[in-house]
Design a protein around this ligand. Structure first.
Ligand code: INI
Length: 183
């Protein structure tokens, strides 16, 4: 029997994209910090990471899909915070972002990692963004590295760019329009 599992080692040339929702930024900025820290501590330096801010979680899937399809990234890490309010708005956004991120992954073959919090309260979100319950942004970054490593072992598995020289920027219109915030 052969058993395969991803190691927390990113291929040397692998680039990572992070899509982060600006809505509930006081939470998502912490998720982003956790993700960048986890990547750095696993030898993925900032030069290999591009950060794209979307207005909210609802818009994350489209950006993720474009980034996954552009061929520049080994994985796309999606970060957001959907927090329940007084109406059922929350459930529509949570359902769409979950479904959309999964679709982006499945349609491109590039791992799109779901680091979007779906919480009942602000306190729950803060707990998961670096307080009591760890940092889900960091967890998402580790999942991204693990998936890239695992897909490298799966026949026909690696779809994104995991080696070779990068232009450093995704191609197409997205690069010109989305460079507002880069870490
Ligand atoms: N976006 C979030 O990321 N989290 C939320 O909790 C949220 N709520 O509750 O409204 C939210 N709304 C904005 C949404 O993601 C879109 O940006 C907006 O609807 C425009 O399409």
């Amino acid at each position: 029997m052969n058993t395969y599992q991803g190691k927390l080692i990113a291929p040397a040339g692998a680039r990572f994209a992070i899509v982060v929702g600006r809505f509930n930024e006081f939470v998502t900025s912490k998720l982003l910090g956790g993700a960048l820290d986890a990547l750095d501590r696993h030898h993925v330096d900032e030069a290999r990471v591009d950060v794209f801010w979307s207005p909210g979680s609802f818009e994350i899937p489209l950006v993720a899909q474009k980034l996954a399809a552009c061929g520049e990234y080994a994985a796309v890490i999606c970060l957001g915070a959907v927090i329940r309010g007084g109406t059922d708005h929350y459930q529509y956004i949570a359902a769409e972002v979950a479904k959309g991120v999964a679709m982006a992954s499945m349609s491109t073959g590039v791992p799109c990692i779901f680091g979007v919090l779906t919480c009942d309260t602000v306190e729950q979100a803060v707990d998961r963004a670096g307080a009591k319950s760890g940092n889900k942004g960091a967890d998402a970054a580790l999942s991204a590295i693990e998936m890239v490593n695992l897909l490298g072992q799966v026949p026909g598995g690696a779809s994104g760019r995991t080696s070779g020289k990068s232009s450093g920027k995704p191609s197409g219109k997205l690069s010109a329009k989305s460079s507002g915030k880069k870490t």
